[in-house]
Design a protein around this ligand. Structure first.
Ligand code: SAM
Length: 231
């Protein structure tokens, strides 16, 4: 069985999808999806040889090599813009890395209807990239597993590229527009923890010999948003 985290990611992949899972490691996600949906097809991308070999082994074990293609390469260089992919999954990495993978392969995303991202930290930078690149956040989840809280972001392409009047604000980029509307138990737990952490960071910055005033102002604004949402 798959982790709650990856099962939640999988739940956002539409039936019959042709998806790329970048940074697939053991390829557990594509194997799970293709075992439960015999019309789905996938590409598992890996930059490192160890995980690349593990991915091939898992795919062979489940006899899925006819529907899952395992490819070695950096980020989106393993996919082509005209092979018919409709979903892109990037899970289990930092948000900054996810953002740079998306930005580095922008030309591959012309027809990518849905991007599902699960940043371990810094989800804000992923949401910002999505907002600035014709994707709108259609759904989000926040799940807890083994003491960790994970955010999952589902973004769909704005096909006509028209500007949207409900583009997320900076506050929504931080908390997630959907997560902020729902304010679940996990959401409160995460932001209580982040609030206390940021408070300590600000205190340390204020005590430092060289004060970074701009950064302190930005952090204090975020801290006040956290206080608002925690009320
Ligand atoms: N996606 C899986 C999950 O969520 O459980 C695996 C997460 S694992 C922590 C991150 C994987 O991404 C590693 O196997 C690593 O080799 C791979 N990776 C890191 N940077 C990458 C890149 N630029 N392109 C492709 N794979 C990458």
């Amino acid at each position: 069985t798959l982790s709650t985290r990856l099962a939640t990611v999988a739940s956002y992949i539409k039936k019959g999808a042709f998806f790329a899972d970048i940074g697939s490691d053991h390829a557990y996600l594509p194997c799970y999806v293709c075992m439960h949906d015999d019309t789905a097809r996938a590409i598992a991308g890996e930059v490192n040889k160890g995980p690349f070999k593990s991915a091939i082994e898992t795919v062979d074990t489940y006899k899925l090599s006819g529907v899952i293609d395992v490819r070695l390469g950096n980020g989106l260089e393993v996919i082509s813009p005209n092979e018919g992919l409709d979903h892109l999954i990037i899970a289990g990495m930092g948000g900054t890395l996810i953002k740079s993978i998306l930005a580095g392969g922008k030309s591959k995303l012309e027809n990518m209807e849905r991007i599902i991202a699960q940043p371990n930290v810094d989800a804000k930078s992923v949401r910002k990239w999505l907002r600035d690149n014709h994707y709108f956040i259609s759904d989000e989840s926040i799940v807890k597993e083994n003491g960790h809280i994970y955010e999952i972001i589902v973004a769909d392409k704005i096909m006509n590229h028209l500007p949207v009047d409900n583009a997320p604000t900076d506050k929504e980029l931080l908390f997630g527009p959907v997560l902020l509307r729902n304010k679940s138990k996990n959401f409160f737990e995460k932001w209580k923890h982040e609030h206390d952490k940021l408070q300590r960071v600000i205190n340390q910055m204020k005590n430092a010999k060289v004060e970074n005033k701009e950064k302190i102002i930005q952090f204090e604004e975020e801290l006040s948003w956290m206080e608002e949402v925690l009320q």
